[in-house]
Design a protein. Sequence first.
Length: 359
Amino acid sequence: MKKFLTLILALAMVLTMFAGAAMAEGEPLKVICLLNGTLGDKSFFDSAAAGIKLINENIENVDATYVEMGYDSSVWATTLADVSEGDYDIIIVGTYQLQDALQEIAPQYPDNRYIIFDSNVDYSAGDCDNVYSISFKQNEASYLAGALAAMLAEQEGKNVISAVGAMEIPVINDFVVGYIQGATDVNPDIKVITSYVGNFNDTAIAKELAEIQINSGSCVCFNVASQAGLGMIEAAAAAGVYAIGVDADQAEALAADGKTDFADHIVSSVLKNIDQVLLLSVQRHLEGTLPYGTEEPLGMIEKAVGLADSNDYYMGMTTEEMRAKIAELTEKINSGEITVASAFDETLDVAGYIAAVAP
């Protein structure tokens, strides 16, 4: 009997050692990001894909990937449902266009964990305790872009700037509202032309709209149209006026692609640091500190948004006085001295706000 017990204890110790080794090695954390578009926009989707790369490079024992779902919205919900049936630990989606699909699918898979960026689910409408929502205070960084645009216009002896938005929706108008406020705080008499493409991918229409804006006197064009906005940048470069990029540092991104003729006109970009935010979110998931079941709005103070103000393009196209003013305004926003208006504020008449500064 004693020998039998000894054998059992020895076997138990061996099994414990194997189990410990398995736990130490562990299965990798599987992460997938579904992009409701394609790469190559040099802004939003490229930044999300860069976040997946950062996750693989900076976190051990993680297998992260992304899928380009394209612009055919009919496949988005079915793709999300199919992926939810798989063995992914974290499923990431972005933008308001995936909000409804996630709202419906996430409660069906309570053991899955979901992250939605640049949008949020309605936690009061269903059981989405397994969803973490990230919204960005893009209006804060856009305020700085508007202030910069107004200063550049003044330098050129002009009084008109513009913005080309993808669609007339709150997240796009949040950029526009911040842009207008920053511009009018610097120059109360400035005029701002705002136009909408109608989608996020039609570069030809964005180019045409920007050409109309430039012919109407705009000397600074702000891209708020993701991939479509590359057409706006092309128009600005052809006309020799300033462009302001969006979501990523578009001057650096286009220069890296050999398109220095475009980059040379992009004075700065409103940054939406999706890559860094996705990396941080997965790190917090592993730490057990990611607040699933809630939405977190992230702004400049969290370094989730900002202005591309350290590259050679910005330094070469702005004066020391301009850079000092942008630094001053950044401090005032972060301290709460300046409150930036938001298109998500239901008390704000967004259409009236935009119309009030139109030429």
